[in-house]
Design a protein around this ligand. Sequence first.
Ligand code: SAH
Length: 362
Amino acid sequence: MKPPLLSLGLEGLMTWMEARNWPRFHARQVWHWVFVRRCRDFLQMTDLPKRLRQELADHLDCFSTRVVREQRAKDGTCKLLLELRDGETIECVLIPEQERRTACISTQVGCGMGCVFCASGLNGLARNLDWWEILEQLLHLSDQLADPSRLTHIVVMGMGEPLANLDNLLLALHWATDRQGLGLSQRHVTISTVGLPAKIRQLADLQLSYHLAVSLHAPNDELRNRIVPTNAHIGIAAILEAANYFFQKTGRQVTYEYVLLRGINDGAEQARQLGQLLRGRRAHVNLIPFNDVPGLPYRRPSDAALAEFMTILRQYRISVTARKRKGSEIEAACGQLRRQAASRASQTALTTQPTLVPASTG
Ligand code: SAH
């Protein structure tokens, strides 16, 4: 099988050129065609010698992933189902909003964290994505934009735990933010994590400007252990310490995500506990009403419970927003997309993935 172009990296492509007696600068041209001009076919790279175009096509695949389904909601939200070389499928989403064009991307096939309300982890972790599989999601989503529109923001909130695949994520984000890649601002990238303290510190030490969001979901360990089972061997205190460290090192305020599950963590008492826990920190709370997952027993909070939760947090002087619903018409079909694809490939492990979108602020 031919190696995927991106897996070589720009340096690797230069070496590839040299080994074939082509000048190294042709590698930069190819990179420009792919990242800036959104060309997906070597033969169309018209400022390269014809013989080189053919040689590239003979030896490399432009992409390792292909779009097998695409769904568009009336609000412009667009969800893509991508097939990987081994037949696995992942989803990624484009969310256009006023001046923003946000890509929501996956880092793993499945997830090993086991959060009880989340569809991605229902069947555990299949594998980590390679960095070019993460990057290709961004390129496929860019292809959905009319020229000259570009992606402006990235949220790493699709399938998987990003910090459990940090090396691949960082390489993908390097090319997402590099001037020779997609050129996004690091400040416009949000990495959402279940809260892995050692990895949060490792990320902080790199002194990059990525934004960190921690999925807290509960104000005490007893409740968090029930909702986020992996918390049993981590604990909220260690996560908050690591988040403090992240803030000290990067100067970037941490966002705490809190999925509201009716009757489980959405009460006034939990809001007060959360207020006490986060009071005095440079923190922002993003409340996420639960998105229905077929087969799971959880429900969204009532509007009144959501409003009261916000009011209480504000009494503790905590900045708080509630996540807006986007792409809701395609949301329900999301699991179906993967299910159909999975049955075509006669796989038995089926997962669904809800549409996860960022709040419009923050
Ligand atoms: N593993 C990372 C990324 C997960 S997706 C993390 O844990 O943060 C991003 C956010 O969506 C997380 O806060 C996750 O808990 C939340 N989420 C997952 N399933 C959801 C659902 N059905 N409804 C609402 N939010 C959900």
